[in-house]
Design a protein around this ligand. Sequence first.
Ligand SMILES: Nc1nc2c(ncn2[C@@H]2O[C@H](COP(=O)(O)OP(=O)(O)O)[C@@H](O)[C@H]2O)c(=O)[nH]1
Ligand SMILES: [Mg+2]
Length: 286
Amino acid sequence: MAGFGSKIRDFFKKSSLSSSFYEDLEDRLIEADLGPKLAVELSELLSKAKAKDIETFKNVLSDKISPLIIGDQLTLSREKPNVLMFLGVNGVGKTTSIAKVAHYFHQQGHRNIVAAAGDTFRAAASEQLSIHGERLGFRVIKSHTGADSAAVVHDALTSAIAHKDDLLLIDTAGRMHNRSELLHELRKMDKIIRQRVSDSDYKRILVIDVNTGQNCLRQAEVFHEAVQLSGIIATKYDGTAKGGVLVALARELRIPIYFLGTGEAPSDLHVFDAKQFTQELVTLDF
Ligand SMILES: Nc1nc2c(ncn2[C@@H]2O[C@H](COP(=O)(O)OP(=O)(O)O)[C@@H](O)[C@H]2O)c(=O)[nH]1
Ligand SMILES: [Mg+2]
């Protein structure tokens, strides 16, 4: 967040209202990760509002952003199991987010949780999930490295149904270098789940690292196209996070944000509050 606030603050401090003022402001908004489209729109709005001070800027920004951004609380239906599939490119925090979400629902009284090690690409991936499972008290269904991830999902579903588990969390691989293969794999898992779980009990959650800026947008488009995303977890908000990308994302895809991840521990997960987020985005650091 510091990135966004301080950039804009410095800009207003240094700049006087010359002819290039709004063009320069547009550049600052792009740098703050709001994305080119939104940056153009905002600077046009600001120009119309004759925003030459921070106060006008904050008001225009807040009025524009509030209707765009959607927070939604992730809740479970009464059916057993509810299924959550975690998607996203390598290293964004999928496996860590599974541990966090397991912890979150465990704290809400859901004691029967199982996870599927659907990232069969790397041996370390299922090992990492197993360690979380042991610490947090959920079962992990896994197979050997290189196994068919759809088969792991199938087995995990069978197990979750037999055990009457509240929740099945599915980890997936995130390699993007062979996109068509990855997407094919995801669609296959999606199909297997849909055959046995109704739409209201099944969610596809995209995990994004907010520090990767506009790349998040492209990633979201690709995954949305493959399996129709239900919601987003934005991780690594504890670093030099720039919230701007979440606004761009909300605007482009209209997908709700469930949680913000703010660290590596299972408790570092916060229900996304759209109002608070907008407030922080326009006030922090000014
Ligand atoms: N600071 C911080 N680190 C995180 C967060 N979420 C995940 N990580 C770290 O990011 C790295 C990659 O996470 P991992 O869950 O393995 O990513 P995956 O490849 O998507 O499964 C690990 O070192 C995690 O501890 C977060 O919200 N904040
Ligand atoms: Mg992983």
